[in-house]
Write a protein that binds this ligand. Structure first.
Ligand code: GAR
Length: 202
């Protein structure tokens, strides 16, 4: 399965995908795109010999036009699954229609709690004792698509976002490659009685 990764930042999740599934288990990472031309994620992709491209908001007056250009580039590269790994932009319907049920995201919270851009700060402000990671399908909403994998971690004394993220990152680096592996194996489906429920065949 040809996989593309979209990333806006450091790209540790991209690195986990490169290290743990790329070239194995039927998975090939063939493209990495970003909305930030200087994202360290792009350097990681180049070092791994993966094609890269940047699609900047400044170059496109409207987001659907940018997303259309990005989808064209990905489809031209034979991409079958799009993985958002710290991609901090919403994707328009025009993009999602090109990859039906083929866009997934990793989010550092136990959805549906704390969607959005500052999930760990929001969870700390709420005072939760259990944090976690969700890998989910992307739909037209904000972090609202069907859940593929989740894992929780109890941090009853957490105070500081950076130390929570330090605990969540290794979980992300396991769950995201695992989700990609499962999708490549065809082991992920929707319960026909309730398409919110993702069924994993282990
Ligand atoms: C990850 O923690 C990911 O869960 C988060 O951005 C970080 C990217 O880290 N994504 C979101 O918050 C999306 N709503 P990375 O660049 O080191 O992979």
């Amino acid at each position: 399965m040809n996989v593309a990764v979209l990333a806006s930042g450091t790209g540790t999740n991209l690195q986990a995908l490169l290290d743990r599934v790329h070239g194995r288990d039927g998975v090939e990472i063939v493209a990495v795109a970003s909305d930030k031309p200087d994202a360290p994620a792009l350097d990681r992709a180049r070092r791994a010999g993966v094609a890269t491209a940047s699609f900047l908001a400044a170059d496109y007056p409207r987001r659907p036009a940018r997303d259309r250009a990005m989808a064209d580039w990905l489809i031209g590269g034979g991409v079958e699954l799009v993985v958002l790994a710290g991609y901090m932009q919403l994707l328009s319907a025009e993009f999602l229609e090109r990859f039906p049920d083929r866009v997934i995201n990793v989010h550092p919270a136990l959805l549906p709690a704390f969607p959005g851009l500052r999930p760990v700060d929001d969870a700390l402000a709420y005072g939760v004792k259990v944090f976690g990671v969700t890998v989910h399908f992307v739909d037209g909403g904000v972090d609202s698509g069907p859940v593929i994998l989740q894992r929780a971690v109890e941090l009853p004394d957490a105070r500081d976002p950076a130390s929570v993220l330090d605990r969540l990152h290794p979980i992300e680096h396991e769950l995201l490659p695992e989700a990609v592996r499962l999708l490549a194996r065809g082991a992920v489906s929707f319960d026909p009685a309730n398409r919110r429920r993702v069924v994993i065949e282990r």
